[in-house]
Design a protein. Structure first.
Length: 451
């Protein structure tokens, strides 16, 4: 059996892909302009725009979105009467966190142990390169058989909703028959996977006040209400003894019917320390894909170094609640805020503030596009069948697109498999996954056009 020409072409393009990803990773495109220069994000946006122009895209534009960032748009016309496919990725990245903890500089793509390391290499600058590879392979083998729109977001990691609001104001811009979101990942390296559900998310800040000012703990401690202690009790009320999320009025017993996540594999993927138990009940898939999950993201309180013997007058925390499919994120936000207020002890004054919110998402896996993707992935990954998995994270844009274009089919694929360690130090991408998923996307576009 002769090699598939699409696969051969993608393989021949991998050195160029590595060089391009090296250039793209070098931009410190964190869309938090209090920490990182806006010029870095603008330079990354221009890189993407130039890459689209080089591939023959028309109407390439830097879209100034309402959150002060830029998304990159381009249109590549296909044959007359062909369907339109929207390809999505984002070029903004998470901060590198502790740069000293990286084995190699976070903004220098470095090959080590068969993987390419660098911030954004998998999430999601690698997704930009994946789309380019797929289109180049098609152009070299008979042409791109569909109309293609590309949108590269500039603030996905910040969750500030710029592109969602821009799309709502310009609904014709991203209209498509099918949408491929390149910001998910395979369940594990070598196992082709589409993400069929996403948990939504709400962010709530809670502030607790008990005193007009801090007091000497020796003089007043024991009777004066400690705001930090009150906050700790509030936060503890969000979990049962076994770690299950317990927000009053929010059920936490849903089950995941699909690909399962072996507990031992999850412990390894999550790097759980020996002897430390997992939290919650049910299967791992139940807990991370089908049920709500609360996380305390940060607490404002005195650091240990430099702390004084004081009863704290005020304390606050930022809380994330992941919202499973089937639950309205706005309703979950109301329940979370009511729970925090109801469980604040000692009559302490409590204030809650919603910081951000995104709805959960569930795809229609019975659509023709999913059938085409299943065929494409089985060819790109010989001997493997496409699997359906959930994702604990949220991509708010999915719901915006689903609402704007209710007849569009939405598929989520990408490079963020567990070994990629996205959002953590030493993020990396598997070049083999980049190559195979690029082949799969090219084959998908060809098969979808033939339907």
């Amino acid at each position: 059996m002769s090699p598939d020409p699409i696969a051969e072409t993608v393989a021949s393009l991998m050195p160029k892909a590595k060089a391009e990803l090296t250039e793209l990773v070098a931009f410190k495109s964190v869309a938090d302009f209090e920490q990182f220069p806006r010029s870095e994000s603008e330079a990354a946006a221009n890189w993407v725009a130039d890459a689209l122009r080089a591939e023959g895209f028309e109407d390439v534009a830097l879209l100034d979105t309402p959150d002060g960032t830029q998304s990159v748009y381009g249109f590549l016309p296909g044959p007359a009467g062909a369907p339109t496919v929207l390809l999505y990725a984002h070029y903004d990245v998470q901060p590198p966190l502790d740069e000293a903890a990286w084995a190699t500089p976070p903004f220098e793509l470095t090959e080590r142990g068969g993987r390419w390391y660098g911030r954004g290499s998998a999430d999601c600058k690698g997704g930009v390169i994946m789309h380019l590879l797929a289109l180049r392979a098609l152009k070299a083998n008979g042409g791109v058989p569909v109309n293609v729109k590309v949108i590269a977001e500039g603030s996905e990691e910040q969750g500030t909703g710029g592109l969602e609001r821009y799309a709502e104001a310009h609904p014709e811009l991203l209209a498509a028959d099918t949408i491929v979101i390149g910001d998910a990942g395979n369940f594990r390296v070598g196992l082709p996977t589409v993400t069929s559900t996403l948990r939504g998310m709400t962010l709530v800040r809670v502030s607790v006040d008990t005193l007009e000012g801090n007091l000497h703990s020796g003089q007043f401690g024991g009777a004066a209400p400690d705001a930090l202690a009150a906050l700790v009790r509030v936060l503890d009320s969000l979990r049962a003894e076994d770690g299950t999320t317990t927000v009053d009025g929010l059920t936490s017993d849903e089950a995941w019917d699909g690909l399962q996540y072996d507990e031992a594999v999850f412990r390894k993927d999550a790097k759980v320390l020996d002897g430390v138990e997992l939290i919650g009940t049910g299967t791992v898939a139940d807990r991370i894909w089908a049920r709500p999950a609360v996380t305390v993201l940060g607490i404002d309180c005195p650091p240990v170094v430099g702390a004084t013997p004081s009863v704290q007058a005020s304390a606050r925390a930022l809380i994330s609640l992941r919202v499973p499919p089937g639950v309205d994120a706005a309703e979950a936000t109301k329940l979370l805020r009511a729970h925090l207020e109801a469980h604040t002890p000692w009559g302490a004054r409590v204030r809650t503030e919603q910081i951000g919110q995104g709805q959960p998402f569930r795809a229609d896996t019975k659509s023709p596009a999913y059938a085409a993707m299943a065929e494409a992935m089985s060819e790109a990954y010989p001997g493997e069948e496409m699997q359906y998995a959930g994702q604990g994270g949220s991509i708010p844009l999915c719901n915006t697109l689903s609402s704007l274009y209710p007849n569009a089919e939405i598929l989520l694929i990408g490079l963020s498999e567990p070994e990629a360690q996205i959002h953590a130090v030493n993020e990396s991408v598997s070049p083999e996954e980049l190559e195979r998923l690029s082949v799969a996307e090219a084959l998908f576009l060809r098969k979808y056009a033939a339907n």
